[in-house]
Design a protein around this ligand. Structure first.
Ligand code: G6P
Ligand code: MN
Length: 445
């Protein structure tokens, strides 16, 4: 079984490889091909993987290449985890938006649109190549903004592309834990778009346990989302939102916090990772130790400004290990070995969320088996959530059209229609600002 990882020189690749190393079963991945545009990043990551594999018998082989077509040929699975424009681009996304007084987060608001506009053309090119060179491969998309990018790729790959994110999984795990339920036995009733979803129920043996949580302020205030959103607001909503909804429900505060911070998230990660990749050029350092130290620091500071705004304090120990690699591995196993399971994934709607058309990619629990991911029909969202989901899907569609037609006017429309951008004039200035700094947006005419 051959797995190709696009963005193979990326910092989180060792997480995926680490998960593969735990898989001893029949039909597991035996061959990993890393693809990246940057040879030195490939070298750095390959060093970490080699140290991870050192004590593991029959570890998957690792090869690296900068030739995309060569990487794709014969792949059974393709993980796409690219970052168009790098972390410098992410920092620019934040800076340009904040200069206009709006949010520049990599997936939410203006920043997400800018990142989407430069990523979609690249993702579409990849999708076309996969369709040609590895038509039977399954593509697992990690690339943010994950919902939008998955939808762009699905226009060429249909249901063979599946988007993943660890945030709904982490949320479900936290809720299950405070309720004393086993996350593996619980059905998490979650739906929305990527980074824009709500848990409306958690069922164990036919019983919804969420009302018990919502009724108990102590329990509710004891985990990440309770601290971030406040127990009153969760009780008012009657649901637990994905942590990224903090940018919507507390937009003014998060914009202010991001404006005041010394380094934005993107700038922090840009500098932190530059140091790591530099360190990897020195043969005397342990690659795995340096990677692990860098990873721990990254995890500990995740959404730090949001938590500070909310007075939420440090992250819980249990939340520091992410889980993105576990979703990826569970998904691959289910498909490759027909091990039926339920996972929250980004797939085409197919009628599950009736307010959106069938091709709209949504984030929803899916039954997964050798035939792929099948969304489970869900109850409708309340009007306030439907409003946000439809508005943001509308924006995503404008981004897709702008990328397809190379239309600057459509890009302006995408920014202007986003609920977190409060003026058409701001949208115009955002397009100006972004096209000035991003060579990847030169196609917008
Ligand atoms: C969460 C999100 C991902 C994001 C990751 C890393 O897991 O779901 O989409 O890539 O955080 O965030 P960071 O700010 O550390 O890059
Ligand atoms: Mn995510």
């Amino acid at each position: 079984m051959k797995l190709t990882i696009l963005g193979g020189g990326g910092f989180r690749v060792p997480l995926v490889y680490g998960a593969l190393l735990t898989d001893r079963g029949e039909g597991r991945v035996t061959e990993v091909v890393l693809h990246d545009l940057d040879d030195s990043r490939l070298h750095a990551v390959a060093r970490v993987l080699a140290e991870q594999a050192a004590t593991v018998p029959e570890a998957p082989t690792v090869t690296a290449t900068t030739d995309l077509d060569e990487a794709l040929r014969g792949a059974d699975f393709v993980f796409s985890a690219i970052r168009v424009g790098g972390l410098e681009g992410r920092a620019d996304d934040e800076r340009v938006a904040l200069a206009q007084g709006v949010l520049g987060q990599e997936t939410v608001g203006a920043g997400g649109i800018a990142y989407g506009l430069r990523t979609v053309p690249v993702a579409v090119d990849i999708a076309r190549r996969v369709a040609r060179l590895a038509p039977d491969a399954w593509v697992i998309n990690f690339t943010n903004p994950a919902g939008l990018v998955t939808e762009a790729m699905s226009r060429h790959l249909g249901d063979r592309v599946i988007g993943i994110c660890d945030s709904p999984v982490g949320l479900g795990r936290r809720i299950a834990k405070v309720l004393g339920a086993n996350p593996r036995e619980a059905f998490i009733d979650y739906v929305g778009l990527n980074h824009l979803g709500w848990v409306r129920g958690l069922r164990v043996a036919g019983r919804d346990e969420l009302p018990r949580l919502l009724a108990d302020p102590d329990l509710l205030g004891s985990f990440e989302e309770g601290k971030l959103f406040g127990t009153d607001w969760l009780q008012s909503l009657g649901a637990i939102p994905n942590e990224y909804l903090h940018y919507y429900y507390f937009n003014r505060e998060t914009v202010r916090a991001y404006t005041e911070v010394e380094k934005t998230r993107g700038a922090f990660l840009r500098d932190q990772q530059a140091q790591f990749y530099d360190e990897m050029k020195r043969p005397d350092t342990s690659a795995l130790t340096a990677w692990d130290r860098t990873r721990a620091e990254r995890e500990a500071t995740y959404m730090a400004e949001n938590r500070e705004t909310a007075g939420a304090g440090e992250r819980d120990e249990d939340d520091l290990s992410g889980g993105y690699e576990k979703v990826a591995l569970a998904l691959m196993r289910a498909i490759a070995r027909d091990e039926r399971t339920t996972l929250i994934l980004n797939v085409r709607n197919q009628g599950a969320l009736s307010v959106l058309d069938t091709d709209a990619v949504i984030e929803v629990p899916c039954l997964v088996d050798a035939n792929g991911a099948h969304p489970v029909a869900v109850a409708p969202l309340p009007d306030h959530a439907t409003g946000l989901v439809c508005a943001v899907k509308g924006v995503e569609r404008e981004v897709l059209t702008a990328a397809e037609n190379g239309s600057r006017a459509t890009a302006v429309k995408a920014f202007a229609l986003h609920p977190l951008v409060d003026s058409v004039n701001v949208a115009r200035r955002l397009v100006e600002g972004y096209t000035e700094v991003h060579p990847g947006l030169a196609y917008l005419k």
